[in-house]
Design a protein. Structure first.
Length: 217
């Protein structure tokens, strides 16, 4: 038996649910679809927030006569005020990251077709900002999207110069297989997203590094 629910027209998890004769399978589908939808919604909002803050800092900087000095002064003041009001997620380092994110990806929410482009998590982008070589950064971004790399996988690959090793080797399969084997454990952590302290701060959760997986679940 298969019974598809009435389409709500809101692109919700209900629109894609198909009932089968296996209730356990159906329950798993509902849970995992819900988790994926929540993940995507929070991630998109966090990335948009940080991009918009970076944009606002960049636009404010243009009004200063001595741009570098003025920008530093703005970020220092913002960090103090925002940290007092919203918590420690707005350090000077983080605000500089938001600014760099906007400057590096000014068109991230625009495309020639007008459709939304797929995006990574904020922590992925924070790692990508470490990569100064534009071609390498674009390659890492593309691979992370296509291969669904976890944050830890991306960080390891950037740190181990994976892009440059792939460029130089004549045995790409060998290098890729080794990478997949070495990062396999990083790809199996289904709670990676919510365990991220950046997400916990964004959602207003208490800053607590002692969360157990059962608590998070």
């Amino acid at each position: 038996m298969e019974n598809k629910l009435i389409n709500t027209g809101q692109n919700s998890i209900m629109d894609n649910f198909i009932e089968t004769d296996d209730i356990l399978k159906d329950m798993r589908q509902i849970i995992e679809s819900s988790q994926k939808a929540a993940h995507q919604a929070v991630n998109m909002t966090l990335v948009q927030r940080n991009w918009m803050m970076g944009y606002r800092i960049a636009s404010e900087e243009l009004h200063g006569e001595k741009r570098a000095e003025y920008g530093t002064k703005i970020i220092k003041k913002l960090s103090k005020e925002l940290s007092t009001e919203y918590g420690k997620g707005f350090t000077k380092t983080n605000l500089y990251n938001f600014y760099s994110f906007y400057k590096t990806y000014p068109e991230i929410f625009h495309s020639a077709s007008g459709k939304s482009q797929p995006i990574l998590s904020w922590t992925h982008y924070r790692i990508l900002l470490q990569v100064k070589d534009e071609k390498a950064r674009e390659w890492y971004e593309k691979e992370a999207l296509q291969q669904a790399w976890s944050v830890r996988t991306l960080q390891r690959n950037v740190s181990s110069q994976y892009y440059y090793r792939m460029l130089q080797t004549q045995k790409k399969d060998l290098v890729e297989n080794e990478m997949n084997e070495l990062t396999k454990e990083y790809q199996n952590d289904k709670l990676e997203f919510i365990k991220n302290p950046v997400i916990a701060e964004f959602l207003g959760m208490a800053s607590n590094t002692d969360f157990t997986e059962s608590d998070l679940e």
